[in-house]
Design a protein around this ligand. Structure first.
Ligand code: ADP
Ligand code: ADP
Length: 228
């Protein structure tokens, strides 16, 4: 569970990106942050795994302040997927996926199994793709690897910042379907940033609508479409 208690963020240049946020993301929930460009979505996301510091307020994960976690422990337990996933170009797909498991000293056999299982989950044949280099995959396939890489070490939660926005509409829809399947299988607490309402309605358990650094509305897709 992630709790925002009066969280604000002012950048050094005086921009108030996020203003007094109060909300809770429940265990196992798929929570979507939506709103126009510049409304504070990315800032909100990046504060959760301490990529940027808060100016005010407190974020708790499972009741413990994020500032009290060991930074490595925090980052390892939170998978992070960016808009432009950057796979390591000189490593194979398998090596890319096992970066965090390696750091956690998983044994070879366990890592092999995990890579196999994850590639299958997103419809990439492990025999074919595990040994390839990123440039031998299409953009959509690389993005899928980016998503499963974030899941590799079985983190408690996962943050995604417009992970599909660079893709063509067909790849995008495929990946949304993959993610729906992953969501059902894994039940991970997920915070997903998008500016696409169709995407939000398709994926979310709850949607948080932001504007100018504030929350306008939080509700299930049903609640939002009934009271737009
Ligand atoms: P979104 O993800 O919704 O597009 P952001 O969180 O990226 O919004 O940005 C929120 C506001 O904070 C915007 O006005 C943006 O220009 C500003 N901002 C983001 N990052 C910085 C930064 N490093 N320094 C100053 N202002 C920033
Ligand atoms: P996003 O797609 O995540 O909103 P942006 O293109 O807005 O990304 O920002 C890219 C990077 O530039 C981020 O690290 C963000 O913090 C930073 N940034 C965004 N707006 C500003 C700003 N007004 N001043 C300084 N840095 C900014």
């Amino acid at each position: 569970m992630i709790t925002f208690d009066n969280v604000s963020k002012e950048y050094p240049d005086g921009t108030v990106a996020v203003d007094s946020l109060n909300f809770e993301i429940r265990q196992g929930e798929f929570f979507v942050l939506i709103g126009p460009s510049g409304c504070g979505k990315t800032t909100t996301l990046k504060m959760i795994n301490r990529l940027i510091p808060l100016s005010d307020g407190t974020i708790f994960i499972n009741g413990k302040k994020i500032s009290e976690y060991n930074i490595h422990e925090l980052r390892w337990n939170i998978g992070y997927v960016l808009q432009q996933i950057a796979l390591f170009p000189h490593m194979t797909i398998e090596e890319n996926i096992t970066v965090v498991p390696e750091m956690k000293n998983w044994n070879r056999e366990k890592m092999k199994q995990r890579v196999h299982e994850l590639l299958e989950m997103v419809g990439l044949d492990p025999e074919t793709y595990a040994v390839r280099k990123p440039k031998e995959l299409s953009g959509g396939q690389q993005q899928r690897v980016g998503v499963i890489r974030a899941l590799a070490a079985d983190p408690e939660m996962i943050l995604m910042d417009e992970p599909f926005s660079a893709l063509d509409p067909i790849s995008r829809e495929k990946l949304q379907d993959d993610l729906l399947r992953l969501k059902k299988n894994l039940k991970k607490t997920t915070v997903f940033v998008t500016h696409d309402m169709q995407e939000a309605l398709k994926l979310a358990d709850r949607i948080c609508v932001m504007k100018d650094g504030k929350i306008v509305q939080i509700g299930t897709p049903d609640e939002l479409t009934k009271n737009p």
